[in-house]
Ligand binder design. Structure first.
Ligand SMILES: Cc1cc2nc3c(=O)[nH]c(=O)nc-3n(C[C@H](O)[C@H](O)[C@H](O)COP(=O)(O)OP(=O)(O)OC[C@H]3O[C@@H](n4cnc5c(N)ncnc54)[C@H](O)[C@@H]3O)c2cc1C
Length: 442
């Protein structure tokens, strides 16, 4: 009989389960999908590897827990450095730059020199609020949760930097524009990005969740419907291969998106349920194109401002991500639809998305369209949790709630940040909370 049931085998749930197993706790991990991984998935075709969910691992700092996890499972040698050349677009022309290079930044023609100078105001803001800014704890910036990033940045750095730097970069990083985002979240996130460097995993991102799943054991095709607490234990009911199945355990970890957690745990304390229902997600649609030649030069990723394209917020060139991604002389490029286009085209036929995205890629990389051999369109209804104004305060209140439901624990990127590091950190925290609660002192 399991001691703890983990619901959801995305990165956060798998991390929590691994941490618990390492501490000698018996876990049962239930996953609704046919494979573990959640928002991490890789497709192999014609010798190419396509990540249709998370792709990039950020710098070792702030991705500290990610690197530690990769070392724990023996993947340290599989971390590949991606090209350090990124790009932005100015009047239809792709402008490459080495990120981290002060010279490239100063000469980058995408924003004006006076706008670049105004960026120091953003750095000064981060310095001013340093005591409450923490990449791993956005909730500590609750005091700065009062304003939408768009008007805030407009005042601080001006329209040029807002529209041509922040908007495209936030679009490719988190799939949402500054408008509608909390300045507390933005400043906490930027404050952690001291280092530069982009990495990916040899074999595709899914090797990570596959490996974790192999270590902890996962029951797939198990969609949990209800959880109920009786006499101090939890009974979990799911639709499995043999119809409705149940198991019980002393505690449950809900490692699903917040909206699903709210549906499953109607027995949660009212403050928990209210918070879970308040979390919003953005949607995302991407179109990947396998081409008869590589595109993008040395650029691994290009961010595109809204006044350059009403459809795309960016593109990536997978052969520059890692050495094993694409067969020699071929190309694999991903077109990222912006937030508005993703919402609009979420239910559109694949062909319609592919045709529109290919035509747009052609505008920036002439000849792209004709070189396409095949395409794959992928979608995420809930791509990343949106940290809107007010959400950071709600998160802070949730994390310090006085009435947590006994034996019920939560993890997921919505509790820390919309990235792999956020998911892993939340999984580690859930496991720590359980271990503390089980210790004689707890
Ligand atoms: C397109 C895309 C690109 C991204 N790129 C990056 C990137 O480059 N770098 C980065 O750091 N982050 C990136 N992210 C973010 C990253 O993928 C996520 O933060 C992370 O994977 C979330 O993990 P999670 O465990 O919180 O949630 P999920 O991965 O959503 O896991 C939840 C799991 O619960 C399962 N589940 C749902 N309902 C039930 C149920 N009723 N019963 C049982 N199981 C259930 C789901 O099937 C899923 O497996 C990206 C996200 C997307 C969508």
């Amino acid at each position: 009989m399991p001691e703890i049931i983990v619901i959801g085998a995305g990165l956060s749930g798998l991390t929590a389960a691994l941490q618990l197993r390492d501490a000698g706790v018996e876990t049962l991990v239930l996953e609704a999908g046919s494979v573990p991984g959640g928002r991490i998935a890789s497709i192999r075709r014609d010798g190419a590897i396509l990540d249709t969910g998370a792709q990039f691992i950020g710098p070792r700092d702030p991705y500290t827990n990610t690197f530690a996890l990769l070392e724990r499972i023996g993947f340290a040698g599989d971390i590949q450095h991606s090209s350090n050349v990124a790009a932005l677009v100015k009047r239809g022309k792709v402008v490459p730059y080495h990120y981290g290079s002060a010279k490239d930044f100063v000469t980058l023609p995408v924003v004006s020199l006076p706008s670049k100078v105004r960026l120091f105001a953003a750095l000064a803001e981060i310095k001013r609020h340093a005591a409450i800014l923490d990449f791993h704890h956005p909730e500590r910036a609750a005091m700065l949760d009062d304003e939408d990033v768009a008007p805030y940045l407009m005042r601080l750095v001006g329209r040029d930097a807002l529209e041509h730097l922040f908007e495209p970069l936030m679009g490719v990083l988190y799939y949402y524009p500054p408008s509608g985002v909390s300045r507390g979240f933005l400043l906490s996130t930027i404050s952690g990005l001291g280092a530069v460097g982009t990495h990916c995993l040899k074999g595709g991102a899914q090797v990570l969740t596959d490996r974790l799943a192999a270590e902890v054991g996962v029951v797939t095709g198990a969609r949990v419907r209800t959880i109920a607490r009786k006499r101090g234990r939890w009974t979990v009911t799911w639709d499995g291969s043999k119809g409705a199945e149940t198991a019980d355990a002393e505690a449950v970890v809900l490692a699903v998106t917040a909206d699903v957690a709210a549906l499953i745990c109607d027995t949660a304390a009212p403050s928990e349920a209210t918070f879970l229902r308040s979390v919003k997600y953005t949607s995302f649609v991407g179109a990947a194109f396998f081409t008869n030649r590589p595109w993008g030069g040395k650029v691994y990723g290009c961010a595109i401002a809204a006044d350059e394209s009403s459809l795309l917020v960016g593109a990536s060139f997978e052969q520059n991500k890692g050495a094993d991604r694409v067969p020699a002389d071929k190309g694999l490029s991903i077109a990222y639809l912006n937030a508005a286009a993703s919402a609009r085209m979420m239910a559109a036929p694949d062909d319609e998305v592919a045709v529109a995205a290919r035509a747009e890629m052609d505008r920036f990389w002439p000849g792209f369209s004709e070189s396409t051999e095949w395409s794959i369109v992928f979608r995420h209804q809930r791509a990343t949790p949106l940290f809107e104004p007010g959400s950071v305060k709600r998160l802070a209140a949730f994390l310090s709630r006085p009435d947590p439901t006994p034996g019920l624990f939560f993890c997921g990127d919505y509790l820390c940040g919309p990235h792999l590091e956020g998911a892993i950190t939340s999984g580690l925290r859930a496991a720590d909370e359980i271990l503390r609660a089980r210790s004689p002192a707890g």
